[in-house]
Design a protein around this ligand. Structure first.
Ligand code: HEM
Length: 474
C-alpha cells in the first residue's frame, strides 16, 4: 500500500515536471528567435537577473550576454515569462516608438498583486487618461507655482534634519524630503507626523515590489500586499474628506493635485479609484528623485572640483537674488551646471534600471522573430554604460552634458515615447532645489570613502544608506 502511494506521488511529480518542461520548451519552439539561454522551467534566468542587481551591477546580466551571443538582442526567461532583452539606441528607439502599436507596458505579476491599480495604468486608455489629467499639474506654468513650496520645504528639512548634526545617513533623509514635498503638493498634507505615518507603508511596498512572490506571513511580498491595502484605505479617507470639502465649496482647483483630479474626473468616481491614481503618482516619485539626491551627495563628496563648481553656480544665484526672499523659477533655470551633474548621476545610476513591455503582435526586430505575448526588457543601465555612446563610461564626467548632450535614445533615465516619465520636470525641480540648499549650507565627507556598493532593491540604493560626516559651510 505504502509503495503504491509513494509511486503515485513520484509519478505525479515527474508528470508535473515534464509538463513544465514541455510548456517551457514550447515558448521557444519558434524558428529564428534571438540567440540566448532560457534556464530552467519557471525560474528561467530570474536568479541571475536579480543577483546581478543585488550585487550592484544590473548591466552585467545584459552586457555579459550581449558579448556571449554577439548580438544587441537576446532571449531569456525572467519573472515567469519568455523575454527578449533589447539594448542600445536602436533597441530603445524600436520599443519607444512602437508603444501601443507592437508593444504595451507590462509589469511582473508580483507588482500587479501588490498594486492592483498598476494593471489599470498599464492599459492604453488608463495610462492616457492619467497622463492627460496630470499634465496641467506637471506643465511648466504649474511647476512655477511649486518653486516656493519646494524651497520652503527644503529649507525646513535641512534645518531640522541636517543642521547641527555631525554624522547622518543620507538615503532615508532624501526619501523624507521628496515624500514631504509630494504629500504637500498632491494632498496638502503638511503635518510631519501624518507624513511619516503615510511613508511607512510606502517603504514596505517599495521593498516588496520585486521580491519573490510568496504570499506567506512574514515574507516581504506578504508585507507589501498588506501595506498597499493600508495605503489604499488611508488615501481613500483623504479622498472622501476632500470630496466633502469640495461639495461645501471649501476647496479650489489650485489647492492640490487631489482636488484637481476630483474636479477633472467628477465626484462620481469611486474614492478607491481616485486613491489608486494618487498612489500611482506617489509611488512614481517616491524612490526615484530621492535616489538621485542621495547619489549626488555621494559623487559631490568624491569629486571636490565638481562640488566647487556647483557651489559657485549656486552662490552666483544667491548674489543675484539679494534683497529677495527664497528661490524663484528663473533661478532654477540658471542652474545649468548643477543639472549636468544630476544628469551624469542619472547616467551612472539610473533610478529606474529598465522596464518591461509586452508584444501585442508578433514582429521581427534585428532579423529575429518576437512572438506575440513575449515580454521585452529595455535597460537604461546597459545603454548608459555602452562605450559606443559614452567614452570611458565608468568615469563621472558632468561635462558630457554640455552643448547638445548625448545622442537620441542613448540617454534614457526617464524612458521615452508615449510612456516617458510625466514627472521628469517636477523631479528636475526638486533635485535642483535640494542641491541648492545642500551646497549652500554644508560640506561633507563619506564615512566609508571607498564604499561604493550599490544594491538594486528594486531600485539602485547605496548598500549602507550612505553615512556621511557633515560640516556647516564656512
Ligand atoms: C529622477 C526621477 C524620476 C525618474 C528617473 C523616473 C523614471 C521613469 C521612467 C524610466 C518611467 C518609464 C517606465 C517605462 O518605460 O515603463 C517613468 C514613468 C512614470 N513616472 Fe517617473 N521618474 C522619476 C520621477 C517621477 C515623479 C516625480 C513622478 C510623479 C510626480 C513620476 C511619475 C511617473 C509615472 C506616473 C509614470 C508612468 C507613466 C506611464 O505609464 O505612462 N516619476 N518614470
Amino acid at each position: 500500500m505504502y509503495m503504491a502511494i509513494i509511486f503515485f506521488f513520484i509519478s505525479l511529480i515527474i508528470i508535473s515536471l515534464l509538463f513544465l518542461l514541455t510548456k517551457h520548451r514550447s515558448h521557444f519552439s519558434y524558428p529564428n528567435l534571438p540567440p540566448g539561454k532560457v534556464g530552467f522551467p519557471l525560474i528561467g534566468e530570474s536568479l541571475s537577473f536579480l543577483s546581478a542587481g543585488r550585487q550592484g551591477h544590473p548591466e552585467k546580466f545584459v552586457i555579459d550576454r550581449i558579448g556571449r551571443f554577439s548580438s544587441c538582442l537576446f532571449k531569456t526567461h525572467i519573472f515567469g515569462s519568455p523575454t527578449a532583452v533589447v539594448t542600445g539606441a536602436s533597441g530603445n528607439r524600436f520599443l519607444f516608438t512602437n508603444e501601443n502599436k507592437l508593444v504595451v507596458s507590462w509589469w511582473p505579476d508580483s507588482v500587479n498583486k501588490i498594486f492592483p491599480s498598476s494593471t489599470e495604468t498599464s492599459s492604453k486608455e488608463e495610462a492616457k487618461k492619467l497622463r492627460s489629467l496630470l499634465m496641467p499639474f506637471l506643465k511648466p506654468e504649474a511647476l512655477r507655482r511649486y518653486v516656493g513650496v519646494m524651497d520652503e520645504i527644503a529649507d525646513r528639512h535641512f534645518q531640522t534634519e541636517w543642521a547641527n548634526k555631525d554624522q547622518l545617513i543620507v538615503f532615508p533623509l532624501t526619501k523624507e524630503f521628496t515624500f514631504s514635498i509630494a504629500c504637500r503638493l498632491f494632498l496638502s498634507m503638511d503635518d510631519p507626523k501624518r507624513v511619516r505615518k503615510l511613508e511607512e507603508p510606502f517603504k514596505m511596498v517599495a521593498t516588496g515590489v520585486f521580491s519573490i512572490p510568496i504570499d506567506l506571513p512574514g515574507t516581504r511580498f506578504n508585507r507589501a500586499i498588506k501595506a498597499s491595502r493600508l495605503l489604499r484605505r488611508e488615501v481613500s479617507k483623504i479622498v472622501r474628506l476632500r470630496k466633502e470639502e469640495l461639495k461645501a465649496g471649501k476647496s479650489s482647483a489650485k489647492h492640490d493635485i487631489l482636488t484637481h483630479l476630483l474636479m477633472s474626473i467628477g465626484g462620481e468616481t469611486k474614492d478607491e479609484d481616485v486613491a489608486d491614481k494618487i498612489i500611482g503618482l506617489l509611488i512614481g516619485g517616491y524612490d526615484t528623485a530621492s535616489i538621485v539626491c542621495t547619489f549626488l551627495v555621494s559623487y559631490l563628496a568624491e569629486f571636490p572640483d565638481v562640488y566647487k563648481r556647483v557651489l559657485q553656480e549656486q552662490k552666483d544665484i544667491l548674489k543675484g537674488n539679494e534683497g529677495k526672499e527664497g528661490l524663484r523659477w528663473d533661478d532654477v533655470e540658471k542652474m545649468r551646471y548643477s543639472w549636468n551633474v544630476a544628469c551624469e548621476v542619472m547616467r551612472l545610476v539610473p533610478p529606474v534600471p529598465g522596464a518591461f513591455r509586452e508584444a501585442i503582435d508578433h514582429f521581427s526586430f534585428n532579423g529575429c522573430y518576437i512572438p506575440k505575448g513575449w515580454k521585452l526588457y529595455w535597460s537604461a543601465f546597459a545603454t548608459h554604460k555602452n562605450p559606443d555612446y559614452f567614452r570611458e563610461p565608468e568615469i563621472f564626467e558632468p561635462n558630457r552634458f554640455e552643448g547638445s548632450g548625448p545622442k537620441p535614445y542613448t540617454y534614457v533615465p526617464f524612458g521615452g515615447g508615449p510612456r516617458m516619465c510625466p514627472g521628469r520636470e517636477y523631479a528636475r525641480l526638486q533635485i535642483l532645489i535640494f542641491m541648492h540648499h545642500l551646497v549652500k549650507r554644508f560640506k561633507w565627507e563619506k564615512v566609508f570613502p571607498k564604499e561604493n556598493k550599490i544594491v538594486i532593491d528594486p531600485f539602485p540604493v547605496p548598500a549602507n544608506g550612505l553615512p556621511i560626516n557633515i560640516f556647516p559651510q564656512s
